[in-house]
Design a protein around this ligand. Structure first.
Ligand SMILES: Nc1nc2c(c(=O)[nH]1)N[C@H]1C(S)=C(S)[C@@H](COP(=O)(O)O)O[C@H]1N2
Ligand SMILES: [Mo]
Length: 246
């Protein structure tokens, strides 16, 4: 991990895609843990900061008016979806698989939560409202089978995945979010629908959510296969000691 981290953290050559390399760098930080992390994380943040002015893909830029959020995507582009073509499918170990439009999701009871957002690379955004449908509502509607233990999430960027245990997924502070900062979620923040896992590092909050598959075991998500913790409680995972997000 050490040599990979220093290898990946070098600024890229002109014209080469940087996204994957930047993120491998951050995975290295996660795995290095508590001893080396503080210095290296500051290094990575300033590296990301120095990249943002000349990054043609926008992968590392601070979002304009993002209030401290950084734009993250593991793909160079993501299709735009809205009321006419967005669908969220629910399938796997359920009695009633189905598919929701945006209008379907908006018609369900909405929950609004206001907590801090914490990224595993160190940045934090206080008091951020998220609003949407409790994941547990969709799971109950689908009818979870006895053999179910976990959820696998997929995204319409075609690459990102996430996971939760069934117990985690049933928490009242886990939302299929339609709104963030009291606005509809914009494309850059994963709109029209993203997952929001309030008590965990922000990588659990999959953007551009398109699929919820109920499974019999946890399949680690995109970053989790590269070294981040699957159980990503803020302050109690990834070798970090951040304050909880409430
Ligand atoms: N589909 C998708 N979801 C994702 C990511 C991603 O790259 N792709 N990055 C994760 C990480 S590491 C963070 S910190 C947040 C960033 O959300 P933001 O771009 O709204 O700031 O999204 C999470 N969800
Ligand atoms: Mo993150």
């Amino acid at each position: 991990m050490n040599s990979e981290q220093s290898e990946e953290a070098r600024p890229p050559e002109e014209g080469r895609p940087i996204g994957r390399r930047v993120f491998l760098g951050t995975v290295g930080l996660g795995a290095l843990g508590v001893i080396a992390a503080p210095t290296l994380q500051r290094g990575m943040e300033s590296f990301l900061g120095s990249m943002s002015g000349k990054d043609p893909t926008g992968l590392t830029g601070l979002l304009p008016n993002g209030g401290g959020f950084r734009y993250y995507s593991v793909t160079a582009s993501v299709p735009h979806k809205g009321p006419t073509n967005y669908r969220l499918t629910v399938d796997g170990l359920v009695d009633r698989p189905g598919s929701y439009t945006l209008a379907d999701l908006r018609a369900l009871p909405q929950t609004r939560l206001v907590k801090d957002v914490q990224c595993v690379t160190g940045w934090r955004v206080p008091h951020t409202p998220f609003e949407g449908v409790r994941l547990s509502t969709l799971l109950d509607a689908a009818g979870i089978r006895d053999t179910a233990r976990a959820i696998h999430f997929t995204c319409f960027d075609g690459a990102y995945t996430e996971s939760l245990t069934l117990d985690q997924a049933r928490r009242a502070d886990v939302l299929v979010a339609l709104r963030m900062q009291d606005k509809e979620i914009g494309h850059d923040h994963g709109g029209p629908v993203r997952l929001y896992v309030a008590p965990m590092y922000f990588y659990k909050s999959a953007k551009w959510l398109s699929g919820i598959t109920v499974t019999d075991r946890v399949e680690p998500g995109y970053w989790e296969k590269l070294g981040y913790d699957v159980d990503a409680w803020v302050g109690r995972s990834n070798g970090r000691t951040d304050e909880p997000t409430n």
